[in-house]
Write a protein that binds this ligand. Structure first.
Ligand code: MN
Length: 224
């Protein structure tokens, strides 16, 4: 809303030797079902840390968001990884946001909740991603004790088209306010959407209207 850059969400891209790219939709589900996602996330975090480390060390207000899968909540490996990778800078634990998607059902709610609490004690913030798309319902989300809810792009796309979508956004804003959670709009593409979200009290958003997905080096230029 202020036009200030708050940070970035890390997205993965697979570029083949011939320069073509493989869509994440084509390999992420396989990475999750095979368990390779755990190694991938760890490697991605290390690489991002190296790439943005100096820039983030100098700008403590910036946040970096990583997507986690249900797999990451099967044991406490994620806690060890986060501590090992971000425990000694240059990217601080307070600059890390971990996103858990609502798209896939969580296997063990009690265990997940405990892991989320442990991660929050380390100083990272937890977000629930793609809110409004899952099968879990709001009470399920609230039980997780997350800090941030991210409104799915589907509702943002429908602004100005489908009145019920705006009503859902307003409900989520109220909910976040009452639960003292922050709220972020995902997939914002037009200025009209920015205005609508701002009018409804949303203070943070991401999407093409601000910047497309960028390689690390271009993101660093944007920060500069
Ligand atoms: Mn996400």
């Amino acid at each position: 809303v202020s036009g200030r850059l708050r940070g970035a969400e890390v997205l993965i891209r697979w570029r083949k030797p011939d320069g073509s790219t493989v869509s994440p939709a084509a390999f992420i589900p396989l990475a999750e079902s095979s368990g390779i996602i755990l190694d991938m996330t760890r490697a991605l975090m290390r690489r991002v840390c190296k790439e943005i480390g100096p820039a983030f060390d100098a700008r403590p207000h910036l946040k970096i968001c990583f997507n986690l899968a249900a797999r990451h909540f099967q044991d406490d490996g994620i806690v060890r990884d986060i501590r090992a990778i971000f425990g000694n800078g240059p990217v601080r634990l307070s600059q890390v946001v971990l996103e858990l998607t609502e798209r896939q059902p969580l296997e063990n709610l009690a265990e997940t909740r405990q892991l989320i609490a442990t991660l929050q004690e380390l100083g990272v913030r937890m977000a629930i991603d793609d809110v409004g798309t899952g099968h879990s319902g709001l009470s399920h989300i609230l039980k997780l004790g997350v800090d941030i809810i991210k409104i799915d792009k589907m509702f943002i796309d429908a602004i100005g088209i489908d009145r019920s979508s705006t009503a859902i956004i307003e409900t989520l804003v109220d909910l976040a306010h009452n639960m003292r959670m922050d709220i972020v709009a995902e997939g914002v593409e037009t200025f009209e959407q920015v205005v609508c979200l701002r009018d409804r009290g949303i203070r943070a958003a991401q999407g093409f209207v601000f910047a497309p997905a960028l390689p690390g080096s271009s993101f660093l230029q944007l920060i500069e």
